[in-house]
Write a protein that binds this ligand. Structure first.
Ligand code: NAG
Ligand code: NAG
Ligand code: NAG
Ligand code: NAG
Length: 458
């Protein structure tokens, strides 16, 4: 089974290379030129392009233990669900764009004709569900992680219940964790096992449970005022002007939401169906940069550094991860191996606050409506950080000089902020985050005094 799988993959890859080669002069490129700006709607392969040649390829030298005297003892992975359909809200936006364009656009460009004959196939009941490509995202990720960390993710450990699966209750996450398990089962040719996972929203959807976050950011329109201001910025106006003139539709009818819907449509058609849709022709590189910034602004103010509570709402998950690592170290030292890996599936909204809490991707200046051009080389770039199936993996090692910790984002080794070692001593990491480890209490950060609640009720 394993060989067959590899062989099949190899054949498919070779075939697509051949097809790509023979038709390259006729066909449009298969990847939209703006695909690396899709933010949270981006394909995982854009951050790891080598996977396009071989979806199961793992470069063993990049996931090796910090040194030959180290043994991996536990892994905690926090993984975003895979590629999904648009949510109901975005399906509505797409439908409005499609209606306007099919009834009012004119011109003779061939892509315009392609757009006008394009069939609207998104329906509101798709509601952000996982698509088949999203299942593949997780199946393949599971197989790569099993190859990367074979002593932690193995058939024996799976059979002995030493790998724990936890997920958000959302259908796309539950379906992702099942696909992940399916990937492992296929990888080892296991047929006789039940799938088991636990739903835990207090860990994977901590943002719903943090009252202060809900009251002061989620339900608070002014919390995202920079996003609103950017919608009416000169940059966004220019994008609307360009697209509406390409379509020969009056600028006043072409709202910022429609520009965004065109961008989303291009990204969905690509992520879900691997197509470079004619809708992508509506946008050029600079349009995509503006729309990417708009999305990053939203994530920054809603999930990232914009408001302190965004980061702090992830305290429960942060503590949970370190507790699991501590426990694994204790068990290892007393000679018993209870759990070798924890696989946690959640959302982009789970990963961004956690990464921000741990001070990753922090730019010197905040992202604001005015500062699009100043932020051209920002590190807070969701296209790179949280595409579909984005994953943050902590690996704890026992080495001759003590415990060491490695961290991977999207299968690439990271260094902790202000630490210059790629596998620092676990004690050093704990010291680095000591304030968070001894504080960052859910109740203290997230509870809203009753008097405040009463005020908003009045
Ligand atoms: C694996 O990574 C190493 C280190 O970056 C690199 O030198 C090597 O070429 C890579 N191997 C493959 C097959 O990509
Ligand atoms: C809403 O957000 C604004 C801007 O961050 C803040 O000043 C205000 O206190 C927030 N309102 C509530 C009810 O938290
Ligand atoms: C935004 O950029 C302007 C210069 O273009 C600068 O003066 C200002 O300090 C920046 N604001 C922030 C909040 O970074
Ligand atoms: C890391 O930091 C230490 C102490 O500041 C320094 O001695 C060492 O050269 C640094 N290593 C690297 C790889 O930068």
């Amino acid at each position: 089974m394993k060989t067959t799988y590899f062989l099949a993959n190899f054949l498919i890859t070779s075939l697509s290379v051949m097809v790509g080669f023979s038709f390259s002069k006729l066909a449009r490129p298969t990847v939209p030129a703006i695909a690396h700006h899709f933010g949270t709607k981006g394909r995982y392969e854009e951050v790891n392009p080598h996977l396009l040649d071989h979806i199961l390829f793992v470069n063993k030298s990049l996931v090796a233990p910090p040194s030959s005297d180290c043994r991996a003892i536990h892994m905690v992975s926090v993984i975003r669900h895979g590629t999904r359909y648009p949510t109901t809200k975005n399906v509505k936006k797409i439908a409005r764009l499609f209606d306007l364009v099919s009834s009012h656009a004119s011109g003779s460009a061939s892509w315009l004709n392609d757009i006008k004959t394009w069939k609207m196939w998104y329906t509101e009941d798709m509601d952000g569900r996982l698509v088949e490509k999203g299942r593949d995202d997780h199946r393949h990720l599971a197989m790569r992680l099993a190859q990367s960390f074979p002593t932690l993710i193995s058939e024996d450990h799976l059979r002995a219940n030493r790998i724990e699966f936890i997920t958000s209750s959302k259908h796309r996450c539950v379906d992702s964790v099942k696909a992940f398990q399916e990937g492992l089962h296929r990888f080892w040719d296991v047929e006789d096992m039940d799938y088991k996972h636990y739903v835990d929203d207090s860990l994977m959807r901590f943002f719903d449970h943090c009252e202060r976050f809900v009251e002061s950011v989620e339900k608070n329109k002014t919390a995202l005022k920079e996003v609103e201001r950017f919608k009416s910025s000169a940059e966004m106006d220019a994008v609307r002007r360009k697209i509406s003139s390409r379509l020969q539709i009056p600028y006043s009818q072409f709202t910022p939401d429609m520009a965004e819907a065109a961008f989303f449509l291009c990204s969905y058609e690509f992520a879900i169906k691997s197509e470079n849709s004619p809708w992508c022709d509506l946008l050029d590189e600079s349009d995509a940069q503006v729309l990417e910034y708009k999305n990053d602004l939203k994530q920054y103010w809603k999930r990232g550094y914009g408001h302190d509570i965004n980061r702090k709402s992830s305290c429960p998950l942060f503590h949970d991860i370190f507790k699991r690592l501590d426990k694994a170290a204790d068990h290892y030292r007393s000679g018993e191996v209870k759990k070798t890996a924890t696989i946690q599936v959640g959302h982009g909204e789970t990963l961004l606050p956690l990464l921000s809490l741990m001070s990753f991707y922090k730019d010197k200046k905040p992202l604001t409506a005015e500062n699009f051009s100043l932020q051209h080389s920002r590190t807070f770039r969701t296209s790179q950080i949280i595409p579909y199936a984005a994953n943050l993996v902590f690996v704890l090692y026992e080495c001759s000089d003590g415990l060491r910790l490695q961290l991977f984002l999207n299968e690439k080794l990271m260094t902790f902020p202000n630490m210059n070692h790629s596998a620092p001593l676990y004690e050093t990491v704990r010291k680095h985050y000591s304030k968070l480890l001894s504080g960052c209490e859910f109740n203290k950060e997230c509870n809203v005094p009753q008097s405040n609640l009463r005020n908003t009720e009045l």
